[in-house]
Design a protein around this ligand. Structure first.
Ligand SMILES: NC(=O)c1ccc[n+]([C@@H]2O[C@H](COP(=O)([O-])OP(=O)(O)OC[C@H]3O[C@@H](n4cnc5c(N)ncnc54)[C@H](O)[C@@H]3O)[C@@H](O)[C@H]2O)c1
Length: 248
């Protein structure tokens, strides 16, 4: 199979980093399924990439719902073939002090930001393993490494969970030509950032050694490398992309 014909499934592709990743992979020649719970935005991104839907497919699904994930994977399989590349990017960035987070809100954020990664990875990894080639990238966060300043404890705990799930699946799949890695951005200029109180984004930028927020296309380029053939010896890693905010 040529690289041009690979099928990529990107979650949370309706805006921000997910839209940039989908765009990058599409430009690199992949067939791209863009999944999001916001149908209007994901259709707009997919149509912008390919108006007639031959090479970019908008899939409306809520990653909180396993049946919707199953249907989404089936749809992609029937349109092209089971995904060769999965990018688990969808997440909710939710603030809240440890004293204020309600337990049902905790469960909700963990479901979107962590359980969905487990469920969708399992669904997509089985055919990758059979085929003997696959690439999975999980979009984590500096918050999962150090605890967040913007998002709450539920978000940070979920992202820490994503980092260890990355290793668990990487070990499970390494012998089958399937790599699993995480990228850990810090503050990236996306609609999630626009929702912050005025001046907060500038404060965050001032605290970053390179002196600015990251751009979605910078994360997308890194993901593009991780899903390439060249990255076959790289698995179970967390690749920091944070402007020097965490050096280790
Ligand atoms: N922007 C940042 O500074 C930053 C920093 C670190 C990590 N991240 C991570 O990068 C990823 C993308 O972040 P972003 O800033 O682009 O976010 P964003 O909020 O701009 O976009 C997230 C997308 O995911 C979709 N989504 C949310 N919940 C969903 C669900 N249940 N089912 C399906 N789709 C759902 C939204 O509709 C939206 O299109 C997330 O995993 C986030 O945690 C972002």
């Amino acid at each position: 199979m040529s690289v041009e014909q690979r099928v990529a499934l990107v979650t949370g592709a309706g805006q921000g980093i997910g839209a940039a990743i989908a765009t990058h992979l599409h430009r690199s020649g992949s067939l791209v399924a863009l999944l999001d719970r916001d149908e209007e935005s994901v259709r707009a991104v997919a149509t912008g990439l390919n108006p007639d839907g031959t090479t970019a497919l908008a899939v409306r699904a809520d990653v909180d719902r396993i049946t919707e994930l199953e249907s989404a994977v089936e749809l992609v399989g029937s349109r092209w073939h089971a995904p060769d590349v999965l990018v688990n990017n969808a997440a909710r960035t939710v603030a809240g002090s440890v004293w204020d987070i309600a337990l049902d809100e905790w469960d909700g954020v963990l479901a979107t930001n962590l359980r969905s990664v487990f469920a969708l990875t399992r669904l997509c990894a089985a055919p990758m393993r059979e085929r003997g080639w696959g690439r999975i990238v999980n979009v984590a966060s500096l918050a999962g490494q150090q605890g967040g300043t913007v998002a709450g404890a539920h978000y940070s705990a979920a992202k820490a969970g994503v980092l260890v799930l990355t290793k668990v699946f990487a070990r499970e799949l390494a012998a089958f030509g399937v790599t699993v890695n995480a990228v850990a951005p810090a503050s990236v200029r996306t609609p999630a950032m626009d929702a912050l109180p005025a001046g907060r984004a500038d404060e965050l930028a001032d605290a970053i050694p390179v002196g600015r927020l990251g751009e979605p296309h910078e994360v997308a380029s890194l993901v593009g490398y991780l899903v390439s053939d060249s990255a076959g010896y790289l698995t179970g890693a967390t690749v920091d992309i944070n402007g020097g905010s965490l050096m280790r």
